[in-house]
Write a protein that binds this ligand. Structure first.
Ligand code: 5GP
Ligand code: ZN
Length: 142
C-alpha cells in the first residue's frame, strides 16, 4: 500500500485526469464510469491506493459501502431504474482491470442486457459443502 501511486484512479483523485464527480469526502470519491453498462453506472473508490479490498482499512471499507448504498438509492430515484448491481471485481481473473479497489454501482432496467454468465457449479454432496465452509472459517480469524 502507498498513498501516492501512478494508477489511473489515483490520477483522477489528484485531478491529474478528468472525471465526472458525483461525491467526495475524506475517504472516498465517486464518479461516473467512462464506459457504462447502463447510463448512470458509477464507481466508488477509496482515496488510498489498494489493489485489493482485503488490505483496505475497515473504516474505508465501511465508507465505500455506505457511499455506494446512498449512490445506488439516488441512482434509482433519479434515473427511474428498476434495480441495481453493486459489483466489486477483485483480481484480474475476476475481471479487475484497474488495480485500485472500486465498487461499481450499476443501474438496471427490466428489459436490459444480462451482465453475468448464469452458469453455476454444484457441491457433489453435503460433506463437500461442509469441508469448503470449514476451510474458509479456519482462515477467518487471521
Ligand atoms: P474493472 O473491470 O477493473 O472492475 O472496472 C474498471 C472500470 O473503470 C471499467 O468499467 C472502466 O470503464 C472504468 N474506467 C477505466 N478507466 C477509466 C477512466 O479513466 N475514467 C473513468 N471514469 N472510468 C474508467
Ligand atoms: Zn490507485
Amino acid at each position: 500500500m502507498s498513498l501516492i501511486n501512478d494508477c489511473v484512479f489515483c490520477k483522477i483523485i489528484r485531478s491529474e485526469l478528468p472525471c465526472v464527480r458525483l461525491y467526495e469526502d475524506d475517504l472516498v470519491l465517486a464518479f461516473l464510469d467512462i464506459a457504462p453498462f447502463n447510463l448512470g453506472h458509477s464507481l466508488v473508490i477509496p482515496k488510498q491506493h489498494h489493489h485489493s479490498i482485503t488490505t483496505l482499512p475497515e473504516d474505508c471499507q465501511g465508507r465505500l459501502m455506505a457511499v455506494a448504498s446512498k449512490l445506488a438509492a439516488a441512482t434509482l430515484r433519479s434515473l427511474k431504474a428498476d434495480a441495481f448491481n453493486l459489483l466489486l471485481n477483485n483480481g484480474s481473473c475476476a475481471g479487475q482491470e484497474v488495480p485500485h479497489v472500486h465498487l461499481h454501482v450499476i443501474p438496471r432496467f427490466l428489459d436490459d442486457h444480462p451482465i453475468f454468465n448464469p452458469a453455476k457449479q454444484q457441491y457433489k454432496d453435503q460433506a463437500q459443502m461442509q469441508e469448503t465452509a470449514d476451510k474458509i472459517r479456519t482462515k477467518l480469524g487471521e
